[in-house]
Design a protein around this ligand. Structure first.
Ligand code: ADP
Ligand code: F6P
Length: 350
């Protein structure tokens, strides 16, 4: 019998986390379950903040109803390195027992799910809601926040492409996604961007430059290259520092490659074209959730409470064929993410 549960948000914030908290609060209240809000991810379970007495507090419906559409996460979020240690995990499990918390809902990405799995192994029933913009979890068609982040990128790239067209200047636009190129892929498909590079695929600066030269020769002087933030990990070796130094741009040995430097390289490999770079950072995480994400949060929250009431524990909630479903967190974390090579090739070839 579940009487009291906790909820936390962990890892990078993602649009829809607040809606998930509100959804859980509404469903918990409807079933007579008390909800405790835990601040700053796993840190909140350890009392690590300056005011630990505020880290875990009852979340009444009146308070949370006001945050439903809000940006960021009301519960705050954090990355908690200490929590990776088994003795700290044991301490957290004990703290939850001492508070009389019967189960924990964790809203976060794969790292946060790994944390939830450790607590589950220590006897704390857990439910995971996949809150991350990255869409990097293999078991679900979509993570909470991905749709909002993509819509934000699409809006930005459309604006950039309008100015690119006005000035006949190609653009490099960097989006987030950690080691997953999904945000880049969806953004490129939705905006008609002509080129994309992602961490999943080996890529070659010379081939990108050749493609850009070809597009320009065909009259497209405002082509857009979407790059996913960790694409550098899979870039074919190229002495880009020497290339830029030899071509009039001073680069020091410690300086890393980035979107702006890639734009400089392309400029020099494409007859002096003014290639401009834009890095879309936290705007992707801090946007208001789209209807898709808010609705997903609502359905996921309802399923979380239903599962706990039925005693179906240690489950990850996801979307399959457009509907919410659940599977054991341990199995969900083992599922490999599929990369859509066909679409990647299509974007880079039309
Ligand atoms: P995300 O949940 O978005 O993937 P992180 O990878 O930063 O974000 O993980 C968030 C938090 O989850 C970490 O700061 C840590 O507290 C916890 N965590 C991550 N990986 C593990 C792990 N292997 N074991 C236990 N806890 C983990
Ligand atoms: O997981 C979400 C995410 O925004 C990733 O896309 C990115 O790699 C990372 O978080 C950035 O983390 P931080 O906010 O700590 O810079």
């Amino acid at each position: 019998m579940i009487r009291k549960i906790g909820i936390l948000t962990s890892g990078g914030d993602s649009p829809g986390m607040n809606a998930a908290v509100v959804g859980v609060a509404r469903c918990a209240a409807a079933h007579g379950i008390q909800l405790m809000g835990i601040k700053r991810g796993y840190n909140g379970l350890l009392g690590l903040s300056e005011k630990p007495e505020d880290d875990i507090a009852a979340l009444d419906l009146e308070t949370v109803l006001d945050i439903a559409d809000g940006r960021g996460t009301f519960l705050r979020t954090a990355r908690c390195d200490e929590f990776r240690q088994p003795e700290v995990q044991r301490q957290c499990a004990q703290n939850l027992r001492n508070l009389g918390i019967d189960a924990l809902v964790v809203c976060g990405g794969d790292g946060s799910f790994n944390g939830a799995l450790r607590l589950a192994e220590l006897g704390i029933p857990c439910i995971g809601i996949p809150g991350t913009i990255d869409n990097d979890l293999g078991y679900t068609e979509r993570t909470l926040g991905y749709d909002s982040a993509v819509n934000c990128c699409v809006e930005a790239v459309r604006a950039i492409r309008a100015t690119s067209r006005s000035h006949d200047r190609p653009a490099v636009v960097q989006v987030m996604g950690r080691h997953c190129g999904d945000i880049a892929m969806k953004t490129a498909m939705a905006t008609g961007a002509e080129m994309i590079v992602v961490p999943e695929m080996r890529w070659d600066v010379d081939k990108v430059a050749a493609r850009l030269n070809d597009l320009v020769a065909r009259g497209n002087t405002r082509a857009t290259l979407i790059i996913s933030e960790n694409c550098w990990d899979n870039m074919k070796e190229f002495d880009w520092r020497k290339f830029l130094n030899d071509n009039g741009k001073t680069i020091y040995p410690h300086e890393p490659i980035n979107a702006e430097r890639l734009a400089s390289i392309l400029k020099r490999k494409c007859g002096g074209l003014e290639v401009r770079a834009t890095v879309l950072g936290y705007v992707q995480r801090g946007v208001q959730p789209t209807a898709e994400d808010s609705a997903f949060a609502f359905e996921a929250a309802n399923l979380a409470i239903q599962l706990l009431n039925r005693g179906v524990i240690n489950q990850a909630i996801g979307i399959r064929h457009g509907r919410v479903f659940n599977m054991p967190i341990a199995d969900a974390l083992l599922m490999k993410k599929h990369f859509d090579r066909e679409t990647y090739d299509l974007i880079n070839s039309l």
